[in-house]
Design a protein around this ligand. Sequence first.
Ligand SMILES: Cc1cc2nc3c(=O)[nH]c(=O)nc-3n(C[C@H](O)[C@H](O)[C@H](O)COP(=O)(O)OP(=O)(O)OC[C@H]3O[C@@H](n4cnc5c(N)ncnc54)[C@H](O)[C@@H]3O)c2cc1C
Length: 448
Amino acid sequence: MQQTDFYDPLRQRHPSPDSGYVQSYWTRQLQVPQLPVVTQDIHTDVAIIGAGLTGLSCALALRQRGINVCVLDAVNPAWGCSGRNAGFVLPGTGRLSLAQMIAKWGEDQAQAIYAEFKAGIEITEQHITRYGIECDLQRGGYLKIAHKPSMLKSLEAQARLLNSRFSDPAELLSPDDVQTHYLATQKSAGGLYFPYSFGLNPLKLSMGLANAAQQSGAALYAHSPVQAWQQLGQQHKLHTPTGSVTADKVILATNAYTGTHNHALVEQRHFPVLSSVIVTEPLSETQLAACRFKSGLLAMDTRALKYYYRLLPDNRILFGGRGAITGRGATSGVFKQRLLQALKDQFCGLQDVRVADYWSGWISVSLDDYPRVWFDHTQGVGYAMGYCGSGVSFSQLAGRRLAQAVCEEPLPSLPFYQSTLKRFPLSPFKRMGLWGYYQWGRFQDRWL
Ligand SMILES: Cc1cc2nc3c(=O)[nH]c(=O)nc-3n(C[C@H](O)[C@H](O)[C@H](O)COP(=O)(O)OP(=O)(O)OC[C@H]3O[C@@H](n4cnc5c(N)ncnc54)[C@H](O)[C@@H]3O)c2cc1C
C-alpha cells in the first residue's frame, strides 16, 4: 500500500498506474478494489477521466439520465485528493470570503452562491443516505477559530452578515465559550461556529460512490491512465497503455492530479499545491481531558497558513496544514515535524503525543480563488477544477452540474458556471511565487 515515488503533476505526464494508495489513517482500513484495466477499444457516450468525488458523482448523475458512462482512473478510485483529505464537509469552496464575493458580484449573487454551497452539503447527505454509505459521520459542527483578537472582529462581521442576510445559524463565540464548550486550545481569541457541518471518512465515502456508480451501470476502470487524446471528427479517442476508449464527450475530473500532458482546455489553468496531514496515536484519558474537544468538532483557524484539525472517532487527532512545495519534498520528515510542533503549540496537554500517520495530497488552486465547472459544447469536453482545498461537498455538486451541462440542462446563473478557468501568467515561476507567499504568510501570522 505504500507509495514509493510521490507524483508531481507539474513534472509528470500522469500518475503511474503502478502507484499504491498513499499510506494513511484512511487506507489502513481499505480493501483495495479489484477493477478491470482497459484492454481493448471501448465505445461509450461519455468518458470521465478521474475517479474521485467529482468523476464518480458525475457518473452517477449521467447514469440517472440513462447515459452510458465509462470512468477511467490512472490508479484507482479516490487515489487522488478524494481519498486523502481531512473529511470536513463545509459550506464552501475556493478561497473568497463572503465580503469578497459581495464586493465582486453583489449581494444577490453572493446569496445564490452561498445557497449553492449549502446544496453541496445536501448532495453529500443525499449520496450517503441514498446509497447507504457507512463513512463514520461525526456531526459536531465546524468551528472557525480566531487565532488572534483582530481576527475576531472579522468573524464578528461575518457572523452579522451570515445571520442577517444569509439566513445562516452560524454562532459567534467568545474566547470563554470556545474554551468551555468547544475545545481547550491556547490559541483562541473566539470563534464562529457552523452547527450543520460534519466530518466523515472521505475514502469510505468515495468507495461508496464508486460502488454505487458501478451498480448504476457505469463502467469503472483502474490502472488506466489516459496518455494521449485523439480527435476523430466529433468523437474523442483516449489512449491508455493497454487500450483505448472512444467517446462522444469527455469529462476531465483529474483536478489537482492533472499531469503535464492533458487537454489544452486546462493547460496552465490551475496550480497544484500540497497540503499535509498527521494523525496521532489515540489520546489517553489525560490528554483527552486536557484538550476537551466537543464531540465530533471540526476546527480550522484564521491564519494565512491555516491549520485544520478534528478528533477522530477512535480519539486520535487529525491535524493538517500547508505541505512542501514540490512532490519530492512531500515525503520529507520536516513537514511532519512542523505539524506536530504546531499541534503541541495549540494544546499544551499534548506534549507527549505521538504521530501514527503522515501523508500529503495536491489541491488545485485557481488564479482568482474560485473554481470553475465548464463544459465546452463545441469540443464536447468539460471539467471541474480549482476548488482551492475545499472540495469534499462541492466536488459532488460539481459532478452533478457537469452531468447537467453534458445533457444541455440549464445550470444556475453563477460565476462558477459562466467562464473558463483563467490562465496563470509566468507559469514556470509559480512555485517560486508560492515560496514567497509562504514566507509572507509566516510573517503575517506571527507579527501582524
Ligand atoms: C490533505 C488534504 C486535505 C483536504 N481536506 C479537505 C477537507 O477536509 N474538506 C474539503 O472540502 N476538501 C478537502 N480537501 C480537498 C478535497 O479533497 C478535493 O477538493 C476533492 O477531493 C477533489 O476531488 P476530485 O474528484 O475533483 O479530484 P481527485 O480526488 O484528486 O481525483 C482525481 C483523479 O484523477 C486521476 N487522474 C489524474 N490524471 C489522470 C489521467 N491522465 N488518466 C486517468 N486518471 C487520471 C487521479 O488518479 C485521481 O484519482 C483536502 C485536500 C488535501 C490534499
